[in-house]
Ligand binder design. Sequence first.
Ligand SMILES: C[S@@+](CC[C@H](N)C(=O)[O-])C[C@H]1O[C@@H](n2cnc3c(N)ncnc32)[C@H](O)[C@@H]1O
Length: 201
Amino acid sequence: MSEHYFSSRPHSAPEARRVRLVVDGRAVELTSASGVFSADHLDRGTRVLLEHAARPPATGRLLDLGCGYGPIACALAIRAPGAVVHAVDVNERALELTTANAAELGLPNVQVGRPDELDAGLRFDRIYSNPPIRVGKAALHALLATWLDRLTEDGAAHLVVQRNLGSDSLQRWLRDQGWSATRAASIQGFRILDVRREASG
Ligand SMILES: C[S@@+](CC[C@H](N)C(=O)[O-])C[C@H]1O[C@@H](n2cnc3c(N)ncnc32)[C@H](O)[C@@H]1O
């Protein structure tokens, strides 16, 4: 049976792998496993996001939307130890890996869970995401509409999307929905989109 990285329960036995990344000069290793997105290496889009997106604020509530094995959530938690980093995913194996990675790296400010486990009243100062483009346009739009709505008034989202996988049409769609969506960077075929509420008045 075929299996997507966004399966809620990958049925293949997990084969552990180690993925290395460098966060502000600190080399860290994360455990990844078959059945999660980019299990063998840090995804290029994720690397572009971590190296070129705006840095997180020192405090506040951050969200890694679609955390996979946790590279974005862990990097945010290292950079902003005074912030709370929520990491959500629909893939149970991804959640287990992110939990284990945050524990191994000594990052108590990472909180991991399924999207429906998060208190619906929580608002986020920043959302960082390498979003699941392959779920299809309708599902992706529904996902982003749900979570962008949960940004604080002056909150911002930083999304990395491959140009070939529709970053420009996603940017147009976000604008059509009334968001300010600007291209913060364009690097190695990836765009970083910064999304904020349109200034009113
Ligand atoms: C492109 S991957 C990025 C994973 C990880 N952040 C990284 O950079 O390696 C997108 C992730 O979104 C997750 N995902 C898919 N549908 C989702 C949903 N409805 N809510 C939350 N996460 C979802 C997938 O399981 C996958 O782990």
